[in-house]
Structure formats: structure tokens, C-alpha cells
Design a protein around this ligand. Structure first.
Ligand code: NI
Length: 212
């Protein structure tokens, strides 16, 4: 199977896996990440096939979506083997995907250019106008209120405390979203992130102005 066919089959497979997800990890998230990663690659270089393949697969088996268990290695391996993809390529994809995930790890930097690009693309989809929409969609699924005037969103900023309690969704901006622009790995990613970050700042200003 040539690379073009493998990518098409991967896209079809991902569409089937994710079409019913309403938590913000839907098929269109994957497609946006693929497109953003490809446009970052145009400036930054890197292996386009590995980048596109990993971008499609980066949320498959993610721990947030499978009752807390990360089954991505197993699922990716099984799927790519079924397409006859070689072991060396599968290993690289699994390495990239494992480095893309956030999981509270501010300190781990991806080790390859391909992983840096896919991670930037994934994080870019978490900020800006789309990031805001995804954040409130996910919060709704988790039963979070938008905002509670009795809970200071800035004071509750730890990743762990947000994940393990039912805090208002607005807190998520402070424990994660506003930090992402400084965690970009590529210059192109940083430029895109700055624009989206600015929009979130404006959004929050407007949000608070409507409370009184
Ligand atoms: Ni993702």
C-alpha cells in the first residue's frame, strides 16, 4: 500500500471511530489537527507522511476517552499492522503519539520535529475561538457549570485539582489554556498561538464584563 492509500484508509478509520463523539474530540478535531500540522510542516520541515499519520491517530485510545485507560499503543499497532505498515514506521508513529499527549506534563518536550509539530497542532486546537467552544462543550459533558461567582477561577489553577473535581469550566482557562502559548515547540506554532491567545484574553475580558 502506498502512503497516499494508507493516509486515506486512516482517515476513513478515524471517521468511523470518532463520528459520534461530542466532547470536542470529534472527527473534525482530528481533521483540523491534520491540516494545521501540515501547514506548520510547510514552514518547519519534517517527514510529512509521519506527521499526517500521527496527527490522524493521536487521540486514538486516549486515556480521557477510554475509562481512564490509555490503550493507544495497542490500537495504533493493531490498525497499522492491518494496513501492512512496517514495524519501523509503526514504532515511530507510536513514539510521536505518546509524546503529543498533554497529561499534565509541562516538562516533557517531544524528542522529534514530527512530534513537536503534531503537539503544536493539537494544542492550537485547544486555544482560540475553537478552543473556547471545545472547552465549554467538554465541560458540559463533564457536568461542569460555566462559571461560579463564589469560586475564584485564578486561584484554582492546578491541573490535578481541575481534573479531579467538578470545577467551573472557566477555571480551565487558567489551569491550561492560557499556558499553552508558552509551550509551543516550533516558531510557526508560536506565531499561530499568539494570535489565538490574544483572542482568549479578549474573550475573558468580555466574559467578566457581562457578569456585572
Ligand atoms: Ni487531540
Amino acid at each position: 500500500m502506498n502512503e497516499k492509500v494508507i493516509l486515506k484508509k486512516t482517515e476513513d478509520f478515524i471517521l468511523k471511530q470518532f463520528e459520534s463523539d461530542s466532547s470536542g474530540h470529534d472527527f473534525w478535531h482530528l481533521q483540523r489537527v491534520v491540516n494545521t500540522a501540515k501547514s506548520i510542516q510547510e514552514n518547519e520541515g519534517g517527514d510529512l507522511f509521519l506527521i499526517e499519520l500521527s496527527a490522524w491517530l493521536h487521540d486514538l485510545g486516549d486515556y480521557k476517552l477510554n475509562d481512564g485507560k490509555d490503550v493507544s499503543v495497542h490500537k495504533i499497532n493493531e490498525f497499522l499492522l492491518s494496513l501492512g505498515v512496517g514495524d519501523a514506521t509503526i514504532k515511530l508513529v507510536i513514539q510521536i503519539v505518546s509524546e503529543v499527549s498533554y497529561k499534565g506534563g509541562f516538562n516533557q518536550s517531544p524528542t522529534s520535529l514530527e512530534a513537536k509539530i503534531v503537539q503544536d497542532a493539537d494544542r492550537l486546537d485547544a486555544i482560540g475561538a475553537i478552543g473556547i467552544a471545545r472547552t465549554f462543550a467538554y465541560g458540559g459533558k463533564k457536568g461542569r457549570v460555566l462559571y461560579n461567582p463564589n469560586i475564584d477561577p485564578v486561584a484554582h489553577t492546578s491541573f490535578d485539582s481541575y481534573q479531579h473535581s467538578v470545577q467551573p469550566t472557566i477555571n480551565h482557562f487558567y489551569e491550561k489554556l492560557l499556558k499553552l502559548k508558552d509551550l509551543m515547540q516550533t516558531k510557526t506554532g508560536r506565531q499561530l498561538a499568539n494570535k489565538r491567545h490574544e483572542f482568549m484574553e479578549q474573550y475573558l475580558t468580555q466574559f467578566y464584563s457581562e457578569l456585572s
